[in-house]
Design a binder for this molecule. Structure first.
Ligand code: HEM
Length: 429
């Protein structure tokens, strides 16, 4: 199977890794020195959710669109314009904050919002072009259409993962996943527009000033996309052990109702709090479903990949249950259960399978993949525990747990980044 992976996917992925290298270093500094929190937090809170996870979502989406949905953006310049807008957003917000230039920060928000809108246009135009092509050339399938000018080998299945499926085995879960991706994207656009409007009307820092916008962005855009992408990926390990589309659909509806309630109603309202709990419930249901199916579905996957998926969904389950019973989704432990414990660990699991193809290089230290996942997990768990302890006022012991956890999670990520940034060692298999 030959397929051309857009170079812009690679650009997004490389930029995401660079942003996160800086973002985690700041995180480790804050974890080691609580007095630095106020000074470093704004940069960390921009670089990680937006520079790291949002870039990763953009880059993976361009690749996944081609791979699973056989779609390509018709105007090649558009994804690059999107990349430039997204990068300009991050750079202007960071340097505007650093050099105390509020105007740069405002332009940063403008670009960050525009990036979301450009992304939406890119996706819609790719879908429209593929429909048109299918209508005008009924004898050529959309997939064949895509392989014209192909330049890269992509095996039909690799590392226990099946790109090509013969029957429509997982059509129903794919449909739920597609709807989830669209809903998450709409949430991003609404949230960025609301945030920009709020910034213009009130001034200040719109991204982080409103709890509702943060819930929309964190639990809506980022978590919603991750839930949907996982629903595309997981059944492709073993379609016969696929998960129930009905449960996936139910969890998605609960998640979306929760996002509407928590993202629109004021934080003081009981319905807003109910919405946060509903979001937690949807995480817990989906996580439980993946965990129950994990061992049989991922039997043929690499050890590090299996481990990362299992750990990621365990963190998601803990977050889901805690949030269902009242944990504030914007508390430090909840944010790091979501972003670090769950999503970043899942990125490791997905990265070891996809990055060799997307970045066109094998991991430099393949044998260190499992220790890397373990080091990152221990670090994330300690960091979260330390945050709970520091938050509850029991400082001295928990400060150490926080510092060791923060440094370990950061080193774990550095090791992951080195896997792709360095040349493969000759004797590694
Ligand atoms: C090695 C990894 C990480 C470490 C050591 C770390 C550490 C920290 C620390 C110590 C804080 C407290 C600062 C404060 O509240 O003022 C913090 C805040 C924050 N972190 Fe992380 N973090 C890590 C990863 C992440 C990731 C992956 C994300 C998102 C993708 C993230 C998002 C945030 C956000 C949004 C805040 C601000 C919370 C607020 O101000 O309410 N962090 N982090």
């Amino acid at each position: 199977m030959r397929i051309r992976i857009e170079p812009v996917s690679r650009a997004f992925l490389i930029a995401a890794l660079v942003h996160f290298l800086i973002g985690t270093t700041l995180g480790a500094l804050m974890a080691s020195q609580v007095t630095w929190w106020d000074a470093l937090s704004p940069y960390h809170a921009e670089l990680n959710p937006f520079g790291w996870l949002t870039f990763l979502i953009y880059g993976m989406t361009y690749a996944v669109l081609q791979l699973f949905a056989s779609l390509r953006v018709p105007w090649k310049g558009l994804p690059w314009l999107h990349f430039v807008a997204a990068e300009a957003g991050v750079v202007l917000i960071i340097f505007g904050d650093l050099l105390r230039r509020p105007l740069w920060v405002h332009w940063g928000w403008f670009f960050q919002t525009s990036a979301g809108i450009l992304f939406l246009i890119a996706i819609i135009s790719a879908v429209a072009t593929s429909r048109k092509a299918r209508k005008s050339q009924p004898t050529i399938s959309a997939t064949e259409h895509l392989y014209v000018n192909s330049e890269m080998e992509w095996p039909a299945s690799f590392a226990g993962f099946h790109v090509e499926l013969k029957n429509d085995e997982i059509r129903d879960t794919d449909r739920v996943a597609k709807r989830g991706t669209s809903l998450a994207l709409v949430v991003l656009i609404v949230a960025t527009l609301l945030a920009s409007a709020e910034g213009i009307v009130k001034g200040g820092d719109p991204w982080l000033s409103s709890d509702r916008i943060r819930v929309l962005l964190y639990d809506g855009w980022i978590a919603g996309t991750v839930l949907s992408v996982s629903l595309h990926l997981f059944p492709r390990y073993r379609p016969t052990i696929a998960i129930s589309p009905k449960i996936a659909q139910l969890a998605q509806s609960i998640w979306f109702i929760g996002i509407l309630l928590a993202g629109v109603l004021p934080p003081g309202w009981w319905l807003h709090r109910l919405g946060e709990r509903a979001i937690g419930l949807s995480f817990a249901v989906l996580a439980a479903m993946y965990l129950i199916r994990m061992s049989s579905a991922m039997r043929q996957a690499q050890q590090a990949v299996k481990l990362a998926w299992g750990i990621a969904w365990t963190f998601a389950f803990v977050l889901g249950i805690s949030q269902t019973f009242g944990l504030d989704p914007l508390s430090l432990p909840a944010i790091h259960l979501l972003f670090l414990g769950w999503i970043t660990t899942l990125v490791y699991g997905v990265g070891y399978v996809f990055f060799p193809h997307l970045l066109r290089r094998a991991p430099a230290f393949a044998r260190l993949a499992t220790p890397q996942v373990i080091l990152s997990t221990v670090g994330a768990a300690m960091l979260i525990l330390g945050m709970i302890g520091v938050g509850s006022g029991r400082n001295s012991l928990f400060n150490d747990v926080l510092a060791i956890g923060g440094v370990s999670a950061t080193l774990g990520f550095f090791l992951f980044a080195m896997q792709w940034g360095m040349k493969r060692i000759a004797h590694e298999d």
